[in-house]
Design a protein around this ligand. Structure first.
Ligand code: DQA
Length: 147
């Protein structure tokens, strides 16, 4: 059986994990987070590509060029979640099942974070479970791909 291919995109400022507002985002650094995700993805037999950019256009290029070759996309678009119609359109255009992930509970924070413009084009959203938000996304994919 072919391996299930996943593209994980981290958006702006997620590279600062561990340093950035640890009371909100936790104290695990970005590399450790990706190591944990990679380990779990490999245990489940997935092939995962993990990328991070602070640039909206770069994220759109990745969704178009790489996302279209994947079985699933997991995206934490950071603050772009709340206003990037361009990322929303890119997800919509390539028609691949996309899971929106957030470390923090965006609904328990400032008003501007309560709206996700990408949520309507994603299959679902996981928000508020810290690094487990990503692992829950992998569990869902495992349910679909490995059963
Ligand atoms: C975030 C929530 C966003 O509102 C914020 O801009 C981020 C991180 C999260 O993972 O909780 O950069 O996406």
């Amino acid at each position: 059986m072919e391996k299930c291919k996943i593209l994980l995109i981290h958006g702006p400022n997620l590279n600062l994990l561990g340093i950035r507002e640890p009371q909100i985002y936790g104290d695990i650094d970005f590399k450790t987070l990706n190591d944990i995700i990679t380990k779990k993805a490999e245990e489940k037999g997935f092939e995962i590509t993990i990328l991070q950019s602070n640039w909206e256009g770069q994220i759109i290029d990745w969704i178009q060029d790489l996302g279209s070759k994947m079985d699933f996309i997991i995206i934490n678009a950071g603050a772009l979640t709340h206003y990037s119609y361009a990322i929303r359109d890119a997800i919509s255009a390539i028609k691949k099942p996309t899971i929106e992930v957030h470390l923090s509970n965006i609904y328990a924070r400032e008003d501007f974070r309560h709206k996700s413009v990408i949520a309507p084009v994603c299959i679902g959203q996981i928000s508020g479970f810290g690094i487990y938000s990503y692992l829950l996304a992998l569990d869902y994919i495992s349910y679909i791909c490995n059963s």
